[in-house]
Design a protein around this ligand. Structure first.
Ligand SMILES: [Zn+2]
Ligand SMILES: [Zn+2]
Length: 955
């Protein structure tokens, strides 16, 4: 063994090394299976939600990736064919903005450069700086298959994007049309509803009089007053709408108005959508700049007049205001209306204003020609995939379940999906416009002429596709769709549907919903392996969706740059190591619970890692010592669950049982995404059972100076090493670096696998549970805990061995222990009573352990009640330390008085509860039983304390 582990645990030193090794050795590569091996074993596949190519790792990623890595490592170690597939998204707007900013700094611009040169420039940027986040992932040890890394604009994936577009177009599910979109004048593109953030805004409601025209077509002297928050849009008004039953305006039915400033004749129209209560009850109608007005315009067959250009400046349709920025025009229009006496009121008005999520510019609802996906029947299929079928089965399960409702509610109210973006960076739409016949040619291969009239005067559509269109296809495209042939389909057969998606709530609609729609739609292309058609349950892109929580700061505040409370995971990793950060996140991660990230906890888990490190050093030192004495351990026991040899000692039986219980808990917790429970079970086992108790007891057996016999040392060391080795495997998914370093050392760099990640995960065995060992150890532990507490209370020197006396025969209730049972994957506890003579026997048999861990020189069982001064009573026994001490009578009196008060309070509480009829009628029988027993015990302790107080010598 390379037992020269450095004295101090230094995470950086070991983590850099292993991170590089895992990548270099391609340990997590999962190549497409060969024909003959594709059906053996279970597969576990998971896609990394592709971070933006411009991205940097933040705490949300760190949590998301820690969870995915734990699950992938766990499945891999359980023998599943595990694949975690990484990649980055080309991130249209974000990446284009990044490069545009660079250009501006150089005094250039996207427009000056031209489309082709600009796109080339973005590719260069991507080659030099893109994907930094994946390098961060490599350093953090993410166990992904780097050989499969993709970029959403790769040629291979672009083929899928093009096929999907053409196919939907051919199926009549893609159309081009004019529609009101959210337009960002800065990014100069349409953005999705989901990319608009609404902020409350203090604005105004302007009331403007529109002159009513008489039968002669001239102003009649009457006015109809409308109210608006965006007066500049009136340049595009085509009507004013009133409610048909609004009695104030009945006489205006069929009348015409003069649109001020533009002097255009517009009709008064009747529509029940108009609210009589809002403003004046008369609404100006601007179909080109408001979604509701657009709908109104469609209903009444009104024209649409777009008065703004791409940069939100007034265009030629805006008369003399043409060329003005929208807000400058607003000011001038209000001034002119005032001059003409047409502005009758200005009211303060608080309303929600949409901003572009990327650049924070106020979004302008604006009519533009866009490409859309007709959402039915895609949405219906995506709904069926999540709703339970007739047998109650769901093709996709959401965890936590509440997100199922959120998803369904959104999907049931979904509108056609606008998939075009007016950007240069992205998948350019494969549609060509003909200058001659004006028709559109959509094709898989770039066409040379118009498919309708044969003209060569065709130009490609300038729009690109929404990035969610390409990322929505990932679950099928990464496994080779649309080019699935008999030869290459093993990958698709093995890994599609993927097992799981782990993601944040924020992209539930953006991405999760799109993947479900597109996955269910296109995967039906690929029949099942036996040739039968793919049913819905096999068409879905993933079988489960785990929506993880938010990472907040230690005060449960949302992290934000403006608040300055953002925690950079890389900084914390530098300080405490990746393993400690991973353990912190895991220890707080459970479905539906946000994480309050506290660095103090990370510090604690670094100490935990350190504790394990020190345990390893102790173990290796003893293995070396034994080797010098010619004793070698039995290595055949390593790698599985430790087994016991005949004549195994109590602590050996106990620790093996404890390991099995812990393994049962961890496996069960991970099945249920209870990362917190898994972490807690490992922590308690490793720190508590293994380090604090077992290692201390084992020291008794490893005394090479005394002649215990080499067989005993060999057996003890063998169990010690094999339990440690298994515990490292149990820990490995959460702390992969530390466990790798120590595991390789256990095997003296001659491990049976290239990595602990490729070894097998500990599985609980029911027959390894040893109730007798469990309760015997519990009895010993309780005594030692009491002895330690009493020593401390009396002030006995830590190193001084002292004799103790025990009285268990005069104890009111039999010794009761709780034994953990791990039945398959569920555990429960049950009580077990041990009578006094058995208890005495257990303690006597294990006297050596009690003597060593409690620093006890001699242990005597008394048949008389204990009479010495240094006593302590517990539920199970009375304990006395035989020790001459100068009693501080005053202090002892105070202590006993305190104790008496405590017992009296406890009794009062118990009696109140036991006297409460309402409580008694509701509480389960065993709770009431427990209370009664506790009541009795407290009474006895109280009596003893009173007695001791009475017997104190006077001051
Ligand atoms: Zn923007
Ligand atoms: Zn044509």
């Amino acid at each position: 063994m390379p037992h020269d582990l450095p004295k101090a645990y230094d995470p950086t030193a070991i983590e850099d090394h292993w991170a590089e090794y895992w990548v270099h050795e391609k340990l997590f590569a999962q190549p497409a299976p060969h024909e003959e091996e594709r059906l053996d074993g279970k597969s576990f596949s998971i896609l990394l939600p592709p971070p933006n190519v411009t991205g940097r790792l933040h705490m949300g990623h760190m949590l998301n990736q820690t969870e995915m890595d734990i699950l992938t490592r766990w499945h891999r170690m359980r023998g599943d064919r595990a694949l975690w597939l990484p990649g980055t998204d080309h991130a249209g707007i974000a990446t284009q903005m990044m490069v545009e900013r660079q250009l501006v700094a150089e005094g250039a611009s996207r427009q000056k450069l031209g489309r082709e040169a600009f796109v080339k420039r973005v590719w260069e940027w991507r080659c030099h700086y893109g994907g930094a986040i994946l390098n961060q992932m490599k350093r953090l040890g993410a166990s992904v298959d780097w050989d499969r890394e993709y970029f959403t604009m790769d040629a291979r994936l672009s083929v899928a994007v093009r096929e999907a577009f053409v196919r939907l177009y051919e199926q009549g599910l893609i159309y081009r049309g004019a529609y009101i979109v959210n337009w960002c004048p800065r990014c100069q593109t349409a953005i999705s509803d989901l990319e608009v953030v609404y902020d409350e805004h203090k604005g105004h409601l302007w009331e403007v009089r529109y002159p009513v025209l008489g039968p002669d077509g001239k102003d009649s002297g009457e006015f109809l007053t409308i109210a608006t928050t965006r007066p500049e849009t009136m340049l595009g008004d085509v009507a004013v709408a009133i409610h048909p039953e609004d009695e104030r305006y009945t006489h205006l039915h069929g009348k015409k108005l003069r649109l001020p400033l533009m002097n255009r004749e517009i009709p008064v129209i009747l529509d029940e959508w108009v609210s009589r209560e809002f403003g004046t009850g008369a609404v100006k109608v601007t179909p080109a700049h408001d979604p509701n007005d657009f709908a109104l315009g469609e209903r009444h067959h009104l024209p649409s007049i777009n008065v703004m250009d791409d940069t939100a400046h007034i265009n030629e349709n805006g008369g003399k205001y043409a060329g003005l920025d929208r807000f400058v025009a607003r000011k001038e229009i209000v001034e002119e209306l005032t001059e003409q006496g047409l502005l009758v009121g200005v009211k303060d008005h608080v309303h929600n204003v949409g901003h572009c999520d990327r650049c924070k510019t106020i979004v302008e609802p604006r009519l533009s020609t866009q490409w859309f996906v007709k959402i039915q029947p895609l949405a219906d299929k995506a709904i069926a995939a999540v709703k339970p079928d007739a047998q109650g089965n769901k093709a996709i399960r959401f965890v936590p379940e509440m997100y199922e409702k959120t998803y369904l509610n959104w999907m049931e109210n979904i509108h056609d999906w606008c998939i075009s973006r007016q950007l240069w960076w992205g998948h350019r739409i494969p549609a060509w416009h003909c200058a001659v016949c004006r028709k559109i040619t959509v094709a898989r291969q770039d066409p040379a002429k118009c498919a309708h009239c044969g003209s060569e005067q065709i130009t490609q559509e300038t729009d690109v596709l929404d990035t969610w269109f390409s990322s929505g296809l990932l679950p099928v495209s990464v496994f080779g769709w649309p080019n699935i042939t008999a030869e290459n389909r093993a990958d698709f057969d093995t890994f599609y549907p993927t097992s799981l998606l782990v993601t944040g709530f924020d992209i539930l609609f953006f991405w999760v919903a799109r993947m479900i729609m597109l996955g269910c739609w296109f995967s039906t292309d690929v029949p099942l392996q036996d040739g039968s058609p793919r049913r819905l349950s096999e068409s879905v892109p993933f079988r489960e969706v785990y929506i993880h929580a938010l990472v907040r700061d230690a005060n449960r505040e949302k992290m934000s740059k403006t608040k300055g409370n953002v925690i950079d995971p890389i900084e914390i990793v530098k300080q405490y190591g990746t393993d400690a950060v991973r353990f912190t996140l895991a220890s707080m991660a459970s479905p539906g619970t946000d994480i309050a990230f506290n660095v103090a906890r990370t510090e604690g888990y670094r100490a935990f890692a350190n504790k394990i490190w020190n345990a390893a050093r102790f173990i290796f030192m003893n293995v070396d010592k034994a080797a010098e004495a010619g004793i070698t351990i039995d290595r055949s026991t390593l790698g599985g669950m430790p087994t016991l040899t005949p004549g195994a000692l109590l602590e050996e039986r106990w620790i093996v049982a404890e390991l099995n219980v812990a393994a049962g808990k961890v496996n069960q917790a991970l099945e249920n995404y209870r990362f917190d429970d898994a972490a807690s079970a490992i922590y308690q086992f490793f720190w508590g059972s293994f380090c604090d108790w077992y290692l201390e007891i084992v020291k008794l057996r490893l005394d090479f100076t005394q002649n215990h016999g080499s067989a005993r040392i060999r057996a003890s060391l063998t169990t010690l090493v094999s339990v440690f080795e298994a515990a490292l495997r149990l820990l490995s998914p959460i702390m992969p670096f530390l466990s790798e370093e120590l595991w390789q050392a256990v095997y003296d760099d001659n491990a049976p696998a290239k990595s602990i990640a490729l070894s097998s995960y500990p599985q609980a065995r029911l027959d390894a549970l040893d109730y007798a060992a469990s309760y015997q150890m519990e009895a010993i532990q309780r005594l030692i805990v009491e002895v330690r507490a009493l020593r401390k209370e009396i002030g006995v020197d830590e190193k001084l061995p002292i004799p103790i006396k025990l009285d268990i025969s005069h104890h009111p209730s039999p010794f009761e222990v709780r034994v953990l049972e791990s039945e398959g994957l569920t555990q429960h506890q049950f009580g077990l009573s041990v009578d006094a003579s058995s208890l005495q026997q257990i303690l006597e048999l294990n006297k050596a352990i009690i003597q060593r861990l409690g620093k006890v020189s001699e242990m005597v069982f008394s048949s008389e009640p204990l009479s010495g001064p240094n006593k302590r009573s517990s539920r199970d026994f009375d304990l006395e330390i035989v020790y001459e001490r100068t009693i501080d009578v005053a202090a002892e009196r105070e202590r006993l008085t305190r104790e008496i008060a405590k017992y009296e309070k406890g009794l009062a509480n118990a009696e109140r509860q036991l006297g409460n009829e309402a409580f008694l009628s509701k509480a389960p029988a065993h709770v009431v039983e427990g209370l009664k027993k506790q009541d009795l015990e407290t009474r006895i302790l109280l009596e003893k304390a009173r007695e001791a107080l009475k017997n104190l010598p006077p001051l």
